[in-house]
Design a protein around this ligand. Structure first.
Ligand SMILES: NC(=O)c1ccc[n+]([C@@H]2O[C@H](COP(=O)([O-])OP(=O)(O)OC[C@H]3O[C@@H](n4cnc5c(N)ncnc54)[C@H](OP(=O)(O)O)[C@@H]3O)[C@@H](O)[C@H]2O)c1
Length: 308
């Protein structure tokens, strides 16, 4: 399995990670099989969030760890917080909310510490000093080892980094063959078409310059959870090419979709969301494939893009 150095650390993990957003729908026995399958395929990074299934994903994950008799240190375990759901709805990066969020995660998962904790979505009411205090406490009491963010633009990232002592190692962002805003605008600079819009403030280049690991979420989705593009009749040209490349590399379409993300020199991690053991294995195969530059571009074109 291809490895990734996280941020500017010496911390190395699998380039392919497993997200547990959809784990709430599984029994603990099914989830145990998912975790076993991940390890068998050398996936040793778990991404979670306190809000997934209103906490149920983390409960099931914790039960599954026990049921599969997997020792906690077999995985780098990451979770995210800062979104309040239920009767109340807001983003909340207040010190107490973050401290409570981590305590809740550790309790549900039945573990002593998180390898990393990310702020899930930028809170416009964020006060970096309050976040800094929370991070200091969480690090000092050994509950969190590393910190990062998710869905942050460079200005938000820098505003926070200027105040917190810990290096922000990670920014988790949506990126896939069918979600390429981060790269489109760079090829359409100074043009007037819609692809020239910079939606993210140059976050990809920012991450590369500042040794921030991008974790690509929803690698098989198009739109904002509209559906899966693999084997979807809406995308005949793309699926034809994915099938052709899958044949060439003696693999499957999901693996090619993963390999396409990993081929980008930003050294991203890919976070799989599948809860199907067969598909985890198939997707993990993408970690062993290096597409040629032309193949990478051809997939980009087959997804409906072109070059100016
Ligand atoms: N930071 C953020 O804001 C954010 C947002 C969303 C997600 N995430 C993270 O990213 C992870 C992945 O997100 P995701 O679950 O949306 O990603 P995904 O891997 O793109 O999608 C997984 C879904 O696609 C289905 N699928 C995959 N390949 C398929 C195929 N060939 N045919 C039919 N169905 C297929 C899976 O079904 P099966 O289970 O049946 O295979 C599953 O329902 C999450 O678990 C979470 O950790 C982060």
């Amino acid at each position: 399995m291809l490895q990734r150095k996280i941020g500017n650390s010496y911390w190395e993990t699998s380039a392919i990670a497993l997200g547990n957003m959809r784990m709430a729908a599984l029994t603990s026995t099914e989830a145990a099989e998912v975790l076993d399958t991940a390890l068998e395929n050398e996936i040793n990074f778990i991404d979670s969030a306190d809000m997934y299934g209103d906490g149920k994903s983390e409960l099931i994950f914790g039960e599954a760890l026990k049921e599969a008799n997997i020792s906690r240190d077999k995985f780098f375990i990451q979770s995210k917080g800062g979104i309040v759901t239920g009767d109340e709805k807001r983003y909340d990066f207040s010190k107490q909310h973050l401290l409570d969020s981590v305590d809740g995660i550790l309790e549900r998962m039945g573990i002593e510490y998180l390898d990393s904790y990310l702020l899930h979505r930028p809170d416009p009411l964020m006060e970096p000093e309050a976040i800094a205090e929370a991070f200091d406490i969480l690090q000092a009491n050994g509950k969190v080892r590393h910190f990062g963010v998710s869905n942050f633009n460079p200005e938000q990232f820098q505003m926070l980094q200027a105040v917190v002592d810990q290096k922000l190692m990670i920014n988790q962002l949506q990126f896939s063959i069918m979600h390429t805003g981060m790269i489109d605008y760079g090829m359409h600079t100074n043009m007037t078409d819609t692809r020239s819009f910079d939606h993210d403030g140059g976050i990809l280049e920012f991450a590369r310059r500042n040794e921030v690991t991008i974790q690509a979420w929803s690698p098989f989705q198009y739109g904002f959870f509209e559906g899966v593009f693999v084997d979807n009749d809406k995308f005949p040209e793309l699926n034809e090419l994915l099938a052709k490349l899958a044949k060439k590399y003696d693999t499957n379409k999901n693996a090619i979709a993963v390999a396409w993300i990993l081929r980008h020199p930003a050294n991203m991690q890919v976070i799989l969301g599948t809860m199907n053991p067969k598909r985890i294995k198939e997707s993990a195969a993408g970690g062993a494939i290096t597409l040629t530059k032309q193949e990478w571009y051809d997939v980009y074109f087959a997804a409906g893009n072109d070059l100016p």
